[in-house]
Design a binder for this molecule. Structure first.
Ligand code: GCU
Length: 424
């Protein structure tokens, strides 16, 4: 993913006029900005209680994010059917129980997604679960030969693992470092994952291939400007996976943490903001359009992201390229929509494209929403040092030393945080 960012940046530097703003990667170039007031409603009333928040401000912010950023998630329910097609009670050398379930959407099951699930074998009763989308098919999370290899289009054509956008045998476990399945199981958690491309292939011309088409009106083949983009569809898929998890007796559905890296971290945040069944939310290096404060204009900007990935957000979001100050929300308000549930934001020191400081600050500026519930958030605007996790309250944060990825260090912090908040 970083490769793409680097190419885009070089492109940006060479052909600067293509973008109206200069790319900022030095803190001294950040100019002052004014954030929308988290606790002030559009009509100018101050939010003083959690009741005001829940009745007025939270719904208002959800609508603002829907209309201006990610697009509206359809509220109609589509028929769904769960078909478990695989069970292995002795997976991963005896450490795990593995299941695979296809979720069919639509009257005739026109669309579907596959959920891969692992549970610790030695634990009785239901367990808390981490749920996250993956980038290239469920088989990338582990070498396990029992995982079905996706037949769908995969974005990254990294030979020999993905050839001409199709996953090969060699892709098994190719992103295992992002998932550390054995560590998760050893700590008593389950893991559920879905390929984002099952919901919408990650390219601009794929709206007809994904779940969008289930909601299109006669003759429509593109979302309207206030309708959802790919991130919206991915977030919707996370909620549908949650619908399944609620039916699985091995899952403690009151303790599901939704997690995602980068573009899928943006989707995890949007899913967690909308769907309060998620008991915890984890954003790993989600950056622009995720945890990062967009008004800082550090690294990637609205203009750049919309040009590179025109299918991710609503059509309306295009209006805010180069006009961050006109956006009626900023991303501290996305984090605040998760309150009072625990949220963990992680950055990486070399991942300037995602703006680590902006990611931290969204947690800091979301804290007043947590305070309405008597919960602690982040207490200082100062970015902590690398590898010093911070946040004694319900907002956790770390700046990992290194680049744009999700790894074992990150997971160790998520597991500690989950032990603290999901295990009580
Ligand atoms: C690109 C994009 C980011 C995104 C990242 C990823 O770098 O610019 O917004 O988060 O890809 O998904 O890895």
């Amino acid at each position: 993913m970083m490769k793409f960012a680097a190419v885009l940046l070089t492109f940006n530097l060479v052909t600067q006029p293509l973008f109206s703003q200069k790319t900022i990667r030095d803190e001294s170039q950040v100019v002052s900005y004014v954030l929308p007031d988290l606790l002030k409603t559009r009509s100018g009333k101050m939010v003083r209680t959690k009741r005001d928040w829940e009745k007025t401000r939270r719904p208002e912010l959800l609508s603002l994010f829907s209309e201006n950023v990610y697009g509206k998630t359809p509220s109609e329910k589509v028929p769904m059917r769960f078909v478990q097609y695989d069970a292995d009670s002795n997976a991963l050398g005896g450490q795990a129980i593995r299941k695979q379930v296809t979720v069919y959407f639509g009257k005739k099951g026109e669309r579907s997604m596959d959920i891969l699930l692992y549970f610790p074998r030695n634990v009785k009763g239901s367990v808390p679960v981490f749920l996250g989308l993956n980038f290239a098919g469920n088989q990338v999370v582990h070498q396990d030969p029992g995982i079905t290899i996706t037949k769908r289009w995969v974005r990254d054509g990294v030979a020999p693992v993905i050839v001409e956008h199709r996953a090969t045998e060699a892709s098994r476990g190719s992103q295992a470092g992002d998932w550390v399945v054995e560590d998760i199981l050893a700590r008593g958690y389950g893991l559920a994952t879905v390929f984002c491309g099952d919901l919408q292939p990650d390219r601009p011309d794929s709206f007809n291939e994904g779940v969008h088409s289930l909601f299109f009106k006669e003759g429509q083949n593109m979302p309207q400007s206030d309708e959802w983009g790919a991130i919206g569809a991915w977030a919707w898929g996370l909620s549908r996976a949650m619908d399944y998890l609620e039916t699985d007796k091995m899952v403690d559905a009151t303790k599901v943490a939704v997690i995602g890296h980068s573009r899928l971290g943006k989707a995890a945040l949007w899913a967690g903001a909308q769907d309060q069944r998620f008991a915890m939310v984890v954003s790993n290096n989600s950056g622009e359009g995720g945890a990062a404060i967009t008004r800082r204009k550090f690294g990637e900007t609205i203009e750049i992201i919309n040009k590179a990935f025109p299918h991710w957000f609503s059509g309306n979001y295009k209006q805010f390229g180069g006009r961050e100050d006109a956006l009626p929300v900023d991303y501290h308000e996305l984090i605040a929509l998760i309150a009072p549930r625990p949220v963990y934001i992680a950055s990486a020191s070399e991942d300037w494209w995602a703006d680590p400081k902006g990611e931290y600050l969204s947690g800091y500026y979301a804290s007043p929403a947590y305070a309405l519930y008597g919960s602690e958030g982040l207490s200082t605007p100062e970015l902590p040092e690398t590898n010093r996790p911070t946040g004694a309250g319900k907002i956790g944060y770390h700046l990992r030393k290194g680049g744009h990825t999700m790894n074992r260090y990150d997971w160790q912090q998520y597991l500690h945080f989950a032990d603290k908040w999901l295990r009580r």
